[in-house]
Design a binder for this molecule. Structure first.
Ligand code: GLN
Length: 475
């Protein structure tokens, strides 16, 4: 049976060799989810449906008619819609909300014969960096259950790391795929803004949100991206860019590659073992004959402030729709409309979500709009320019994914700013719309996973993934 963490190709090989059947694989994952309940990784498991689906796909495999993801059993973050299933965003306000339609990504993955096992836990409305803001229960890191798995897609990262599924989907507004991937020791990809349809993703900050895959290997996330990427008429922000086969030449070394090392990212407070991992990566690139050079991103110190103004502004607007009239929870025994709004929202939202709505309302309010929101938009343009200039000198940037490895549960809950600072290396990719990936890069002295982040030019996931596949083989 699957005692080791198997990738999609490994599973496909074992199924083809008759060593395991797809229904057996689904049963294996269902049992593991059961035995690992204390991780709080899943919010919902569709055991019977997954099993039924597995029998169908097994039949297609036998007939040689299966899609490219036959064998992959997926977990989906609970802010992505599946028809007829609860879509809660780990919030009280949507606790009983059932989605009337499928997200485009879910449809595409199913068409490729991937099986959906269930929904994963997260920070409420994807706001957080530790998955402690779930209204259900905090997710635990499978590498050390006393520590957080990162957030907000902590359930998806933990599920892949604990071998509860083959791969998973998350969403990334400021690092919510890459940071948990780093903390849990798996691969996590945030595609270029517009690369993957967001139809069916519950909006947090619409100019930043992207859906992306988690996997055990770079190849697995490339295979998922192949299926998920591409224009969708249902999402006006999805780009009509051509989609190459991202697995093509994934394991052949790029002939030439210039790697940029942003000096600002290593000058601050970064855990020494993480600096060492970057050093190891740099050496590997150099020894393979690639050029590694220092580059400058002078706006780096403004990224966190810019991100937290823009994301809260957009969140306050997006979350205005939860008013008790149409979606989810509605307060009982109210006297008038205003009271319905007030009580519904007071009861339905958790502390961090309320904090963001208030911050966002403040930066958008008359008198403060110019000083905060408009200024943040201007700084965002400068941040984007920093990257454009850097990419004139290199093809791929390398940075730590996080300044530290996984922190302890409860360590940062009382200090929201300390929590916000854990996103320092990830928010820039969202502000600039760039593709970025986190890959495992060894362990620290406490045996906790370290993540290294690579970034590339918009829509150049092909180069990003090839560089990542090269680096993955070095650790
Ligand atoms: N941790 C960041 C935040 O709290 C990013 C969240 C995300 O990417 N969804 O906003």
């Amino acid at each position: 049976m699957l005692t080791t963490n198997a990738s999609i190709s490994e599973i496909q090989r074992r199924i083809a060799a008759g060593e395991i059947s797809l229904p057996e694989l689904v049963e294996f994952y269902v049992r593991r989810v059961e035995s690992q309940r204390s991780l709080n990784a899943f919010l919902d498991v569709y055991a019977d449906e997954a099993l039924e689906q597995a029998r169908k796909v097994q039949g297609k495999l036998a007939a040689g008619k299966a899609g490219p993801l036959a064998g992959a059993v997926l977990a989906i973050k609970d802010n992505i819609a599946i028809k007829g299933k609860k879509l809660t965003c780990a919030s009280h306000i949507l606790a009983n909300f059932v989605s009337p339609y499928d997200a485009t990504v879910v449809q595409r993955l199913r068409t490729a014969d991937a099986i959906v096992l269930g929904k994963t836990n997260m920070d409420e409305f994807a706001m957080g960096s530790s998955s402690e803001n779930s209204s259900v229960a905090p997710v635990r890191n499978p590498r050390d259950p006393e520590r957080v798995p990162g957030g907000s897609s902590g359930g998806s990262a933990a599920a892949v790391a604990a071998n509860l599924c083959t791969a998973a989907l998350g969403s990334d507004t400021g690092g919510s795929i890459r940071q948990p991937a780093a903390f849990c020791g798996v691969v996590g990809l945030k595609p270029t803004y517009g690369r993957v349809s967001r139809f069916g993703l519950v909006a947090f900050a619409s100019s930043l949100d992207q859906i992306g895959p988690f996997g055990r290997t770079v190849e697995d996330v490339a295979r998922l991206l192949n299926v998920m990427a591409g224009h969708d008429p249902m999402d006006s922000t999805s780009a009509p860019e051509p989609v190459p086969d991202f697995t093509d030449q994934l394991h052949t070394r790029p002939e030439s590659l210039t790697i940029g090392l942003p000096v600002e990212y290593l000058s601050g407070d970064v855990q020494p073992d993480i600096v060492q991992a970057i050093e190891t990566a740099k050496q590997a690139f150099t020894e393979a004959g690639y050029q590694v050079r220092d580059v400058h991103l002078p706006m780096t110190e403004y990224c966190i402030a810019t991100y937290y103004i823009i994301c809260t502004a957009e969140a306050s607007s997006n979350l205005a729709r939860y008013d008790g009239a149409r979606y989810g929870h509605r307060a009982a025994d109210v006297q008038n409309l205003e009271e319905m709004y007030r009580l519904t929202r007071s009861e339905g939202f958790g502390k961090e979500v309320k904090r963001r709505i208030m911050l966002g309302t403040y930066v958008l309010s008359a008198g403060y709009y110019d000083a905060y929101y408009r200024r943040a938009l201007k700084v965002r343009t400068l941040i984007r320019r920093d990257f454009e200039q850097a990419f004139e000198q290199c093809d791929v940037l390398i940075t730590p994914t996080t300044p530290s490895t996984a922190f302890r549960i409860g360590e940062k809950t009382r200090d929201p700013v300390a929590m916000y600072l854990s996103d320092i290396f990830t928010v820039s990719a969202n502000l600039a719309g760039l593709p970025a990936i986190s890959i495992p890069a060894g362990k620290d002295e406490n045996d906790l996973p370290i993540g290294v982040q690579l970034l590339a030019r918009p829509f150049d996931e092909a180069t990003l993934l090839r560089a990542a596949a090269f680096l993955e083989a070095q650790f």
